[in-house]
Design a protein around this ligand. Structure first.
Ligand code: SDX
Length: 423
């Protein structure tokens, strides 16, 4: 193993270097404070590896994203979301028999506990669906026993199936609640994506056939959102789970972290921004200028990424899909034209080029959700449904790590020195 040398206050320290299977290099500073008294400083953790992981690999410079070694281009639109969820959680794609069992169990576990529905009904009709989702997922630890989850794999499996099965039901129920319609239930012969669309748009009065173009588009969107290594919400799930908090409590924390407009909430913010540009007469150049103005806190939502300093491969796939889906649906959306004009201007502007700000996953996803008839305030809920298997995979990996310990960063104190209290 190679080492890194650090000299500090005239002393030399030798630190181990770790190399990943894709050649990523890290200086192991676990013993730095014990040896030198110094810590590292990295607000926002942009240069800090919190763990070793077998789940997802991203190369931000090359625009590479792989789930358990499979390139996202080989999975999105080609492998159903339920099988990709199985891949992320179990480490390999399921056999045909395993896939059938998995899909049946996911449908069987789609029913929300009747006791939870009473709790659900007390939300005001104006409640944001992300708030409902975070609360309902957290409440699952009251409705399903979880004490033995730490040791018993069968118990953990039952809780994972309930989470994956019910997250789409809770999401669809929050939409039905917001429009005053009764909840619809899943059917065992429907795919995960088809069941969600049925639960969103079917009514008891007539048979609803899920349009294949919508089912395929949603399935691809869910796959594209399924995992993204140590992003803000996944790191939150790991952080909360590292204290021994149960699966549901950890996932609920992840939902809340994802809600922020700088993270998963960006897909809703992108649509609101495009809508604002449209209302403002379509002058997208004005918004680009605002985004560049240091004195203006406005950011161009859907652009930039902590890791991707090239095109987000998911945005590339979504840009193509948005054309195809809107054409198939016969939808003419002026917001898509504004999005493309915005992209064109930004990608030729020195400010964006020198900061390597490219469209990210959130830039195009909202256009497709909107074409599918999904309301804007549900967009981040859609992100959550997609990301749930990734969070579960990381929670399991963290929990099963023999060297795992509670996450507890340090700080550099810059507050007042000792002061004497005088009456
Ligand atoms: C997701 O981490 C993940 O993997 C997340 C995600 C996932 O799958 O889990 O990929 C999903 O969250 C995608 C990102 C969605 N968020 C947005 O679209 C919000 C808009 N983007 C920015 O807020 C920002 O780009 C972030 C939050 C995404 C990244 O922030 P960083 O890495 O902290 O970058 P930064 O704020 O330090 O920006 C560096 C420079 C700054 O300018 P200078 O101070 O150097 O002059 O770039 C500027 C920033 O002002 N900048 C932007 C900008 N993003 C960065 N300027 C205008 N518009 C933007 N969108």
């Amino acid at each position: 193993m190679s080492t890194a040398k650090l000299s500090l206050d005239g002393k030399e320290y030798e630190l181990p270097v770790i190399t990943g299977t894709e050649g990523e290099v890290a200086v192991d500073v676990r013993k730095l404070r014990a040896q030198s008294g110094a810590i590292t400083f990295d607000p926002g953790y942009g240069n800090t590896g919190s763990c070793k992981s077998n789940i997802t690999f991203i190369d931000g410079e090359k625009g590479i994203l792989r789930y358990r070694g499979y390139p996202i281009e080989d999975l999105a639109g080609k492998v159903p979301f339920a099988r990709v969820a199985y891949l992320l959680i179990h480490g390999d794609l399921p056999s045909e028999q395993e896939a059938r069992t998995w899909r049946r169990e996911l449908t069987q576990n789609s029913l929300v506990h009747e006791g939870m529905l009473k709790f659900f009904d007390s939300f005001p009709v104006t409640a944001h669906p992300m708030n409902i989702l975070a609360s309902m997922v957290s409440s699952m630890s009251s409705f399903y026993p979880h004490d033995a989850e730490l040791e018993d794999d069968e118990h953990i499996r039952a809780n994972i199936l309930r989470l994956l099965g019910q997250v789409k039901s809770i999401a669809a129920f929050s939409y039905k609640k917001s429009i005053g319609q009764r909840y619809m239930y899943p059917l065992s012969d429907h795919s995960y994506a088809a069941n969600f669309l049925r639960m969103m748009f079917a009514t008891p009065t007539e048979f609803y056939a899920v349009p294949k173009v919508l089912e395929d588009a949603l399935d691809m969107l869910l796959v594209l959102h399924a995992d993204h290594e140590q992003n803000c919400s996944t790191s939150t799930v790991r952080m909360v789970g590292s204290s021994g908090a149960n699966l549901y409590a950890s996932m609920s924390a992840g939902v809340n972290a994802l809600w922020g407009p700088l993270h998963g909430g960006a897909n809703q913010a992108v649509l609101e921004m495009l809508e604002e540009i449209r209302k403002d007469g379509g002058d997208y150049k004005k918004f680009v200028a605002m985004a560049k103005d240091k004195n203006n806190p406005f950011k161009l939502f859907g652009f930039g990424h902590r890791v991707y300093k090239n095109f987000d491969p998911r945005a590339t796939l979504l840009r193509k899909a948005s054309d195809a889906v809107l054409n198939e649906l016969g939808v003419e959306d002026p917001l898509l034209d504004i999005a493309k004009q915005l992209e064109e201007v930004a990608l030729n502007d020195e400010y964006f080029l020198e900061r390597k700000l490219y469209p990210n996953v959130d830039f195009y996803s909202g256009i497709i959700y909107r074409a599918m008839g999904i309301p804007t305030d549900m967009f981040t809920v859609m992100f959550t449904i997609g990301r749930m298997p990734g969070w579960i995979a990381h929670w399991l990996e963290m929990r099963k790590d023999p060297g795992g310990r509670i996450h507890r960063p340090r700080q550099i104190y810059v507050g007042p020195n000792l002061r004497k209290y005088e009456k």
